[in-house]
Design a protein around this ligand. Structure first.
Ligand code: NAD
Ligand code: UDX
Length: 443
């Protein structure tokens, strides 16, 4: 497994749990040291125990020696990052190609190279060219096995996936039986659990990943726009989402309004799909719009908070609950909090923030002036306005009465709809949320 980040570490550990010997190669020295010392460099529930058990059983090792890891391997997975390229939004495949070249240089005998990273359509074929150019003598196959795990639920998602996608080069003379057989064997425990495994071509597998993520991002953006409409016409988005979701063709998941989707995947993958479409002469206009609407939405959230303050937050103290792009992760990549807190900071607010897992990662990306608090009540202390940006469960149980004892002001912007509007209003708060009637007291 080349790359010991979210995907490499979780996938590698879960393959080990399936009974396979896994060597994870990680080049970041801090990450590698942590892994070797039994510390998990990311926040993922249950992962520390699973890693420890598999290391203990001798099935899981960590190192930086690609040659040692590749020697004798039945399959070499590439799980390095594919971030957005600045400017055109295309996925940056340079880490993937660099890793593949390293693998090709040291490979001995038949080698199956599998992309776990999310890669643009055509990457598998480009990998084949690179391997061939680096080692014309090498017998190899390339496969695409995109990963669908969600952060915070990564182990369950990997162990009980809705489906596994395996793309191989169907145009290759002699077929791709060997590659398919290796991957079928690796995923055998999932066969036993009757999880669907789809065998398809390389390009199709690569596109499936982008289509899936973009569809989900579009669904969220749809409900976010409906949420805005609800506010204008006096409807309730929770009831709309629940009711449309009861139609099995629509489905109830991913219909929660939010300050905008973030994370390491949706923003970059939607941008990448629009680039793939443009380059292929087949623009994916729905997703182009999804990207644009989501960016505008994050900015609109900061403006909402400023409007709740009466148009000016200069000199006000704003308490912020939740910073990460979603709960149960410490990941701050493309979190709405980055955009919202930047606006509030520039507008002159003093920000007191708390997140149960993301404080360290947040420090690197949020405005320098943000004060990090020891818990939610500490963040609310002295606040004129309280803003909820991530729906961590522990925030749901904070009582309005308790908040009143700590806050100076009586204004709450709940941008994840975690609280009941009526109870906040009863407690004397001016309360705004998403797609539900505002509970702002009028004189
Ligand atoms: P990450 O940045 O957390 O991890 C990548 C790791 O690879 C880093 O630790 C880096 O040091 C290491 N690395 C880079 N080049 C290397 C090399 N040549 N040899 C060894 N190690 C190397 O990224 P991630 O979140 O795990 O994402 C990896 C890929 O998986 C991306 O393409 C992403 O789109 C995709 N993906 C991510 C998720 C997710 O939830 N994070 C889910 C599905 C798919
Ligand atoms: C996503 C995909 O779900 C996963 O299949 C893929 O492998 C990686 O990308 P992840 O980024 O971990 O997973 O989180 P996810 O739970 O999908 O949430 C992404 C963003 O959408 C978060 O910011 C979340 O708050 C937001 N979201 C999600 C909503 O705004 N509303 C929803 O109803 C669901």
């Amino acid at each position: 497994m080349i790359g010991g980040g979210y995907v490499g570490l979780v996938s590698g550990t879960c393959f080990a749990e399936f009974g396979t010997d896994v060597a994870i190669v990680e080049t970041n020295p801090d990450r590698l040291t942590a892994l070797r010392e039994g510390r998990i460099p990311i926040y993922e529930p249950g992962l520390d125990r699973l890693v420890a058990e598999n290391v203990e059983a001798g099935r899981l090792t960590f190192g930086d020696d690609i040659a040692a890891a590749v020697k004798g391997a039945d399959a070499v997975f590439v799980a390095v990052g594919t971030p957005s390229r600045r400017g055109d939004g295309q996925a940056d495949t340079s880490y993937v190609y660099a890793a593949v070249e390293q693998v090709a240089r040291v490979a001995e005998g038949y080698t199956l190279i599998v992309t776990k990273s999310t890669v643009p359509v055509g990457t598998g074929r480009e990998i084949a060219k690179i391997v061939h150019a680096t080692r014309p003598d090498l017998d190899f196959d390339v496969a695409s096995n995109p990963e669908f795990l969600r952060e915070g639920n990564a182990i369950v998602d990997f162990m009980k996936p809705d489906r596994v996608i395996i793309g191989t080069d169907q145009a290759k003379p002699g077929g791709t039986q060997r590659a398919q057989d290796i991957l079928r064997k690796l995923y055998r425990p999932l066969y036993l659990l009757e999880r669907p495994i789809v065998f398809t071509g390389l390009e199709t597998a690569e596109l499936i990943k982008y289509a899936a993520n973009s569809f989900l991002a579009m669904k969220i953006t749809f409900i976010n726009e409906i949420s805005d409409l609800c506010e204008k016409v006096g409807a309730d988005v929770n009831d709309v989402a629940r009711s449309i979701g009861l139609d099995g063709r629509i489905g109830k998941k991913f219909l929660h309004p939010s300050p905008g989707f973030g994370g390491s995947c949706f923003p970059k993958d939607t941008r990448a799909l629009t680039a793939i479409g443009r380059n292929a002469g087949s623009p994916v206009r729905l997703i182009e719009t999804t990207v644009a609407v989501n960016e505008l939405r994050m900015k609109a959230m900061g403006e909402r908070v400023i409007a709740l303050a009466g148009g000016d937050v200069k000199g006000l103290t704003i308490g912020v609950l939740g910073l990460t792009f979603k709960p149960e992760t410490d990941d701050m990549r493309e979190a709405a909090s980055i955009v919202v807190l930047d606006q509030l900071d520039k507008a002159g607010a003093q920000i007191r923030a708390f997140d149960p897992a993301g404080m360290e990662t947040a420090r690197a990306v949020l405005p320098k002036a943000v004060t990090y608090c020891k818990d939610a009540l500490d963040a609310a202390t002295g606040a004129d306005i309280l803003v909820v940006l991530t729906e961590w469960n522990e925030f749901r149980s904070l009582s309005p009465e308790k908040l009143k004892t700590r806050m100076t002001g009586r204004k709450v912007a709940d941008l994840r709809n975690i609280w009941d509007p009526e109870s906040l209003k009863e407690a004397g708060f001016d309360y705004i949320s998403l797609g539900r009637p505002d509970m702002v007291h009028t004189a």
